[in-house]
Design a protein around this ligand. Structure first.
Ligand SMILES: [Zn+2]
Ligand SMILES: [Zn+2]
Ligand SMILES: [Zn+2]
Ligand SMILES: [Zn+2]
Length: 800
């Protein structure tokens, strides 16, 4: 997904292997990004471009006039099945393939408004009704849609508008006596019903619950840092030759304190796993739903009611505003390149968008930076990650032998301020010397191919611009020296491996019938955050990162003393991987050996392994120890067994649990419980009580009993699963927060009021530290709490 598709990758690797050794050496030993680009791009042949074009055509990114009808009919099927969200997404697909101002687009919008109505999204429903009208919704179908509009307005309490719409509709109906009698009567009856509803509502006094507003200020930095934009004044930027740039605490920091709140400089939605369809097979169009259908491509907000780009079918937005903004900032160039960008991968896409965004900043400075890069032989130092030698304007302080000396900090502006801007992005390290020659060749040729397309597109755009002035398209600034932008894009592609930040979101999993909602973290987009990039890695970080739309927030996850370094985890976390795997991952992706506190201590530890992976003795339940042959840890027991045997038992168990989960998903609850209890029995005979598999089994049992409405049993099993999570991830981890949230739901549904309130409080405390108050789960917890506290009080006798 990040890198180009496999076909293009293997095509280029083949091309690389056939190059004369002398050329391979020239590229392998090239010191600067500029040299790599120049030597490689001259090797791109027309037939290579043809091959790439063929691959790009596999993606359906244009508008297909036959698709709207297909998607509308498929949407109607879902609608009949009462899967309104599924229907809405399919109508959206229909919308994205329709041309503006056609009956097709208006019908899709109108049908979508009906689906949204059933989902209770009244505001969005109203917006879709307006869109349907705007694009010429047929007169004959209008009354039904207007009734829906009235219902929305009534529900939203906008009674005047509702009355107005009713009287418009009445006079409209009166004027049209030609309407067939039966639908006319139904409409009349519906109208009378709605009128009564409006009157009833008007008689009621305003009883809206006080909104859950208050904590928005918690989303703001208490005091903005003068040296670093988007950071709090509790941190300070430092640099030293070994660590490079890093942040330290300037005062004692408490858990939950917001340290960084930064909007992505650039972000690109991950299209999701979506191999191109092979045409000629039974279905020409795609019914699969990906992130691209569910989130705004500009602001990343979730939406079921996307508005498509007028020129393509793949770019979709939450609103007209986002569409406009995207068009002006980058999409006017990207629009015609959809298939190519999907083929070349997210990193290449980000590299292009970066240079498109760079145009809005000081272009002279950008060009100067590029020339500096081109002439700067020292940019690639052998030490990797932490050595920076580009001289820059910014000045920072670092303490050396107790006295303060001024050292330049790369990425800072002339006043020494570090900002979320293109200059800071440009100075992120590309690690040119660490990437393999093949990888550099792959990136360079992909970028060259993109450059050629841009050149061709801008020529085309210039000629079509002469014909129609409608669309101000492709960037004349790109033309003068495509090479310079090519070098910049290659630099960005190389930077991304270490500096790309996955933008994640929590998605509810399981069907809506599931009584306990479960959630998992999914990767939504890839972005660059220059300030977040200042943080170094630790396998046991003292902060936690979360995202709201394109904004990253970093909060302290534990107390951080004054002077301590602020650290976050690049992915390999101590609770998810063993030390060897972490080291391997950090070395291959980030080019450094982790020296964090856990890595230092774990390396000297014996191979007992963590408890969530431990086996236990079949006789005495003590933990087993050893490498290939495990023996019981208890002195009085002589049990021993081969590791292979235990591992294969674990695999069998895993399969059994998987089958039980499937039964659970299909609603075969009794069978699922039966199977899970057998698994539980089996697990107890060879896995430690805190083994993550044991936790999984308990979690499955909790879900099954919840679905049966047995809240007590559900809670008992969930508490066991919670203990496993606590051992593995710690009592204040985000994973623990999600488990507590589930438990709170179970108690709440079972009316176990004291237990529910107690668990809600614990869950809130943990989740607040990680997400701040605007997290969905926290909002949900607050609703549960106010619901429990608002239960009718015990009646008191009449006062005399
Ligand atoms: Zn948006
Ligand atoms: Zn477009
Ligand atoms: Zn480490
Ligand atoms: Zn034993």
């Amino acid at each position: 997904m990040d890198l180009p598709v496999d076909e293009w990758k293997s095509y280029l690797l083949q091309k690389w292997s056939l190059l004369p050794t002398s050329i391979q050496i020239t590229i392998s030993t090239a010191k600067t990004v500029n040299d790599i680009f120049l030597h490689s791009s001259s090797l791109l042949q027309p037939e290579d471009e043809m091959f790439l074009k063929r691959l790009s055509r596999g993606y359906l990114v244009g508008k297909d006039p036959d698709a709207p009808l297909f998607y509308r009919e498929e949407g109607n099927k879902k609608f009949q099945e009462k899967d309104y969200a599924g229907a809405a997404v399919l109508y959206s697909k229909g919308v994205s393939h329709s041309m503006p101002n056609t009956e097709d687009i208006s019908l899709c919008y109108a049908n979508r408004s009906a689906a949204l109505f059933h989902l209770g999204q009244y505001e969005t429903c109203l917006r879709d009704i307006t869109r349907a009208q705007m694009h010429g919704y047929p007169e004959r179908l209008r009354p039904k849609m207007m009734l829906r509009k009235v219902e929305c307005l009534v529900t939203l309490g906008r009674l005047q508008e509702a009355s107005q719409t009713i009287s418009d509709l009445e006079s409209n109906l009166a004027a049209k006596s030609t309407l067939a009698a039966a639908p006319f009567h139904i409409l009349q009856r519906n109208l009378r019903h709605l009128k009564r509803k409006v009157q009833e509502k008007e008689n009621l006094t305003e009883t809206f619950p006080a909104a859950l507003v208050n904590a928005f200020e918690d989303m703001e930095l208490r005091e903005e840092n003068e040296q670093i934009s988007s950071a709090s004044s509790s941190v300070s930027l430092r640099t030293d030759p070994l660590k490079g740039r890093y942040l330290i605490a300037t005062k004692d920091i408490l858990p939950g304190e917001l340290l960084v709140k930064e909007d992505a400089f650039v972000s690109v939605l991950n299209p999701g796993e979506m191999p191109p369809l092979h045409h000629g097979l039974e279905s020409k169009w795609d019914l699969r739903v990906t992130n691209g259908d569910l989130y705004c491509h500009q602001c990343l907000k979730p939406t079921l009611a996307t508005v498509p780009c007028d020129g393509c079918s793949y770019a979709k937005y939450c609103s007209q505003e986002c569409m406009q903004q995207a068009w002006e900032r980058y999409h006017s160039t990207e629009c015609s390149l959809g298939g190519l960008l999907l083929t070349l991968g997210v990193f290449c896409h980000i590299a292009l968008r970066l240079i498109l965004l760079a145009r809005f900043e000081d272009v002279d400075k950008v060009i100067r930076n590029l020339h500096e890069e081109i002439s700067d032989e020292d940019i690639c130092l052998p030490e990797g990650k932490n050595l920076v030698k580009t001289v820059n304007y910014g000045l920072g302080e670092s303490e050396e032998n107790g006295k303060i000396v001024e050292t330049p900090i790369p990425g800072c502006d002339i006043n020494g301020k570090y900002k979320n801007d293109y200059n800071a992005v440009f100075k992120l390290l590309p690690h040119t010397e660490n990437h393999s020659p093949e990888h550099k060749f792959l990136c360079a040729l992909s970028v060259s191919a993109l450059c050629r397309q841009l050149e061709a597109a801008s020529l085309q755009a210039l000629t079509t611009d002469l014909k129609s002035s409608k669309r101000k398209a492709v960037t004349p600034e790109l033309c003068p020296d495509v090479n310079i932008w090519g070098v910049a894009m290659l630099r960005h592609m190389l930077q991304l491996q270490c500096n790309a930040q996955a933008i994640t979101t929590i998605q509810q999993t399981g069907s809506k019938e599931n009584i306990i909602t479960d959630s998992r973290q999914v990767r939504l987009a890839t972005g660059i955050f220059p300030v977040v990039s200042l943080l170094n890695h630790s396998c046991n970080p003292n902060t936690t990162v979360s995202f709201i739309s394109t904004v990253a927030t970093i909060r302290a996850s534990q107390p951080i003393g004054k002077g301590q370094e602020i650290l976050h985890c690049y992915g390999p976390h101590m609770n998810r991987m063993g030390v060897a795997e972490r080291q391997q991952k950090l070395r291959s992706q980030y080019f450094f050996d982790c020296n964090c506190s856990v890595c230092q201590t774990e390396e000297h530890r014996t191979a007992a392994g963590p408890r969530w992976e431990a086996f236990c003795c079949n006789h005495c339940r003590a933990l087993m120890q050893g490498d290939d042959v495990l023996s019981c840890g208890s002195r009085s027991c002589t049990e021993s067994i081969s590791r292979d045997h235990l591992v294969s038992r674990l695999q069998d168990l895993q399969q059994q649990v998987g089958m039980a989960r499937k039964l659970l998903r299909n609603g075969n609850l009794e069978q699922a419980i039966q199977q899970l209890l057998e698994c539980q029995n089996d697990a107890q005979s060879f896995l430690s009580a805190e083994h993550s598999m044991a936790g999984d089994i308990e979690d499955g049992l909790a879900q099954a009993y919840a679905a049966l409405g047995d809240w007590q049993k559900s809670a008992t099993h969930l508490q066991k699963s919670l203990r496993v999570v606590e051992v593995r991830h710690g009592p204040s981890s985000v994973e623990m927060g999600h488990e507590l949230f589930k438990l709170a739901q179970v108690f709440f549904n079972g009316f176990a009021i004291p237990e529910a309130l107690n668990t809600i409080q614990k869950a809130e405390k943990v989740l607040l530290v990680h997400y701040g108050p605007w997290n969905d789960e926290i909002q949900e917890l607050q609703k549960m709490k106010s619901c429990l506290l608002d239960l009718p009080p015990i009646p008191v006798g009449p006062s005399v």
